[in-house]
Design a protein around this ligand. Structure first.
Ligand code: ATP
Ligand code: MG
Length: 299
């Protein structure tokens, strides 16, 4: 909806939970910028890609108006905004382009610990406090439950103790905040994480090529984030069983050790290499296991 531009503009959270990981992600894609106190706009120094540092709630609106091209924002915020948008106008609404794997949380209904939870019907006629009224409304309608949605801008978890609500619909990661307020999560409305939001359709101007390059780099970074180079030795007859334990591995490089029955293998694995997996590999005959971080790949 805006004039032709030759620089991309990406909105990220200025502070808060998503600010640091969003900055780390963009810099691993090769962006560099200098931040100055009180400056919301940061000019990209390595690529024609600029940053806008804002409150997370403002990001969907900035995308919708065309003021920004991409945003890093919680799926919860993006979907809540989408629910608020007036009926499909055919405008280039921002959509989720990639899940980014950080900022994970759930949007849950939580009820007082002393409730004997029987199911959603128990919310009929009750007051539910939330900062996500659209997402909650949509869920209530789907459940056929009529409840009173109390929209608050924050501190939702204390609403029941203050007598403002009977239950809450709030973001939960560890659940510690709910427990501290004698609340218990009972239903999940949404699994959320930080996402890259942007236009569903490609840019028609110079931003198009830039966007393609940025997304390609982002995909490379996301793909490699859990990837490790795994090195180990094993007897030849143990190798097929070991490879079955590594379904996420690229075809390995295999070398013979001492011309004997022992092989040395190296494989790029894309799933998390936990201690548990290493123990399994060891039990299946792998020795000298070495897990090496991978900095970059180019296919
Ligand atoms: P801002 O000042 O930018 O408006 P905020 O206080 O609204 O910040 P944060 O608390 O920093 O937002 O949360 C940003 C996002 O982090 C949330 O929208 C959500 O997607 C994600 N998140 C992950 N875990 C949690 C959690 N336990 N509570 C709240 N948000 C979480
Ligand atoms: Mg906010």
């Amino acid at each position: 909806p805006s004039e032709a531009r030759d620089r991309l503009r990406i909105a990220i959270q200025k502070s808060g939970r998503l600010g640091p990981p969003a900055r780390a992600l963009l810099s691993s894609c090769g962006l560099a910028w200098r931040e100055q106190a009180d400056r919301l706009f940061c000019r990209g120094e390595t690529l024609p890609v600029d940053l806008l540092l804002v409150r997370d709630d403002d990001i969907p609106g900035l995308l919708d108006s065309g003021a920004c091209d991409y945003g890093v924002v919680g799926r919860n915020v993006l979907l809540e905004y989408a629910g608020r948008r007036p009926q499909e106008t055919g405008s280039a609404a921002a959509v989720e382009l990639r899940g980014l794997g950080f900022g994970g949380c759930r949007l849950d209904i939580a009820v007082p610990e002393d409730w004997d939870w029987q199911g959603p019907a128990q919310l009929q006629g009750r007051r539910i406090a939330t900062t996500y009224p659209r997402l909650l409304d949509r869920w209530l309608v789907a459940q056929g439950v009529q409840a009173d949605v109390v929209t608050l801008s924050g501190s939702v978890e204390i609403a029941p103790r203050l007598g403002q609500a009977d239950a809450v619909c709030d973001l939960v990661s560890s659940g510690a905040t709910l427990r501290a307020n004698q609340l218990r999560p009972v239903v999940t409305l949404l699994q959320s994480e930080a996402v890259l939001a942007g236009p569903a359709r490609p840019f028609a101007d110079a931003r198009g090529a830039l966007a393609t390059m940025l997304l390609r780099r982002l995909d490379g970074v996301l793909k490699l984030r859990d990837s490790r180079l795994l090195l180990f030795q094993a007897r030849r007859d143990a190798v097929p069983g070991l490879m079955q334990l590594l379904p996420d591995a690229e075809p390995p490089t295999v070398m013979q050790v001492d011309g004997g029955d022992t092989l040395a293998l190296q494989a790029l694995c894309h799933g998390a290499m936990t201690w548990q997996r290493l123990e399994q590999l060891r039990s299946a005959g792998a020795r000298g296991l070495l897990v090496v971080p991978v900095e970059r790949t180019l296919a």
